[in-house]
Write a protein that binds this ligand. Sequence first.
Ligand SMILES: [Fe+2]
Ligand SMILES: [Fe+2]
Length: 275
Amino acid sequence: MAFDLEHYLDNSRALRVSDIDWKQASAVAVPPEHVRCLKYMMDIESHTIMYLRDLLNSRAVADPDISAFLACWVYEETFHGRAFERFLREIGVEVAAGRVEELRTSTNWRATVDLAGTFVVSRLSRHFPAAYLTWGAINELTTHSGYRLLLERTENPVLAVLLRRVMRDESRHFAFYYHEAGKRLAEPGAQRLTRFLLERFWGPVGSSVKSADDVAFITAYLFAGPQGESAVEHIEQTIRRLPGLEWFDLLGRARESAVTRYGDSWGETAAAGVS
Ligand SMILES: [Fe+2]
Ligand SMILES: [Fe+2]
């Protein structure tokens, strides 16, 4: 997959929302399951800046292409979080101003472990960027799919516009990670380290920040039914095309355990609970 980094850097911008008629946001009711998904998405998007902090301590930022990308990437992700926050407020959902800060505090110990782990592994192995980029590719592709699956189920016109626009950014993020990971996974050492880290530490997007219950809910809800199953299949097949990743089955396994907990019911209303 080709990726034109210069073109991406020249065109990176905040998500456009100025033309949105926000009054239309409350014209169509948003089910509680969607509200729960959107709160999760908002939190993860807004938390990207903390994830960046870990990376700034790693070997990954020594690479000028990666550091240039990260600067634009975190900017775009921040505006995704702000767009979801605005949408939730417009439909009458209370979003505490200090929500992201609370999330940071409540996950402090995990953040410290992540920070230390990232620092140590990145110092020990020159192959750390390969693992980090592969991780990013999986997460950006999963995020894109999650938004697409929510888009298929929403009848809210404003949410549909937002999701389509956010998805365009997520595709570009994925293209960067996938392209860069592909280049760096050529060496067997990079493949070994990537497999080791993914098998031991990878979880669906948000697992290092949100509760296990939230992660299982969103995985089971968004990736429900045959549509969800085929989305997982597509993601895994794409990741398996990377050098040394032909074994990749972690998302399918995560989906399986999530649906065991929450059921596999596309279109059916689960006891979502709005947290
Ligand atoms: Fe995003
Ligand atoms: Fe992204």
